[in-house]
Design a protein around this ligand. Structure first.
Ligand SMILES: [Ca+2]
Length: 338
């Protein structure tokens, strides 16, 4: 018996906290040959006027691990760095996407956060999207990579560049205090949290933001989904309407993003993609960021939310709203039509 329980103990240990399931549109290619890919990219870069199509075809159809292998193989044969060579050969939006693909998802996310806070002013929209939409697991990786890349603490940078309750909310998220999902549904706690959210906001004069922050950043995602449902039995307004009534500005935007992502993260990204493409002067930065950062995470699920939301597939919408090599590279990341 002792042996069996030891074995079971070990099993539990090895499983660790459950990772979120993945729905990537960009997956490893079978029969991978890094030398062959590197040779084709070398030729494409050397071609007069650059053969962008080949670069797109290869790099959007390999996993990050494979793209890295290709970069090593390229460096061995060409005696120079593939990323610098790509920078020299490409330009504009295509260049941004391809260089983004040469980073791992957490390196890319860390770099986007860094770019949103460094220098004069802060790009709050980007910062909110990055911090409020990422899972605990993703934020743990981002924090580690951020320190590796920039020799700075993510918490300090985020808190140093924002202020007030907005800073407190972002900081609490970056500190990854959220519980892992539990197999037991605690109805009593769901009810208590729902009532606490109501009493801290709609029910009282002013808002007890600290209570909102602690509940929304420390409880597990499935627990909060049930809390927001239960919330409606206390409050005449749902959680998102309550946020709009109670708080303003960046704090309002952050809470809204957070609640949307807790309820259905892929729907949030589908909405962002839809808005970015339909906005006057398409917001290429948002489009690039979401396509690059989610293609190896959950873009297939985002695609199905997108279709439900807009009636058109993401593939078709990209075709209608972008053009040239940028369109080709986005379609490569998008994968199939739905
Ligand atoms: Ca109030």
């Amino acid at each position: 018996m002792a042996l069996v329980s030891e074995f079971l103990g070990q099993l539990t240990l090895n499983l660790g906290p459950a990772s979120e399931p993945k729905y990537p549109s960009v997956v490893p290619v079978v029969d991978f040959d890094s030398d062959k890919d590197a040779a084709r990219i070398e030729t494409a870069i050397k071609t007069k006027g650059v053969d962008e199509q080949t670069i797109i075809d290869i790099l959007t159809k390999r996993s990050y691990a494979q793209r890295r292998e290709i970069a090593f193989a390229y460096e061995r044969r060409a005696k120079k760095d593939m990323i610098s060579a790509l920078k020299g050969a490409l330009s504009g939006s295509l260049e941004s996407v391809i260089l983004g693909l040469m980073k791992s998802t957490s390196q890319f996310d860390a770099t986007e956060i860094r770019a949103s806070i460094k220098g004069l002013g802060t790009d709050e929209e980007t910062l909110i999207e990055m911090v409020c939409s990422r899972s605990n697991e993703e934020l743990v990786d981002i924090r580690r990579v951020y320190k590796d890349l920039f020799k700075k603490e993510l918490e300090k940078d985020v808190a140093g560049d924002t202020s007030g309750q907005f800073a407190k909310l972002l900081l609490a998220l970056v500190q990854t205090k959220r519980d892992d999902p539990s197999s037991v549904v605690d109805y009593e706690k769901i009810d208590m949290d729902a009532r606490a959210l109501y009493e801290a906001g709609v029910k009282r004069k002013g808002t007890d933001v600290a209570t909102w922050i602690s509940i929304m950043t420390e409880r597990s995602v499935p627990h909060l989904q049930k809390v927001f449902e239960r919330y409606k039995s206390y409050s005449p307004y749902d959680m998102k309407e309550s946020i709009c009534k109670e708080v303003k500005g960046d704090l309002e935007k952050s809470f809204l993003t957070l609640v949307e992502c807790l309820e259905n993260k892929q729907l949030y990204f589908a909405n962002r993609l839809n808005d970015a493409m339909k906005a006057k002067g398409a917001k290429e930065k948002v489009l690039t960021r979401i396509m690059v950062s989610r293609c190896e995470v959950d873009l297939v699920k985002i695609r199905s939310e997108f279709k439900k939301l807009s009636g058109k597939s993401l593939h078709q919408t990209i075709t209608e709203h972008t053009k040239g090599d940028y369109q080709k590279v986005l379609l490569g990341l998008c994968g199939g039509d739905d």
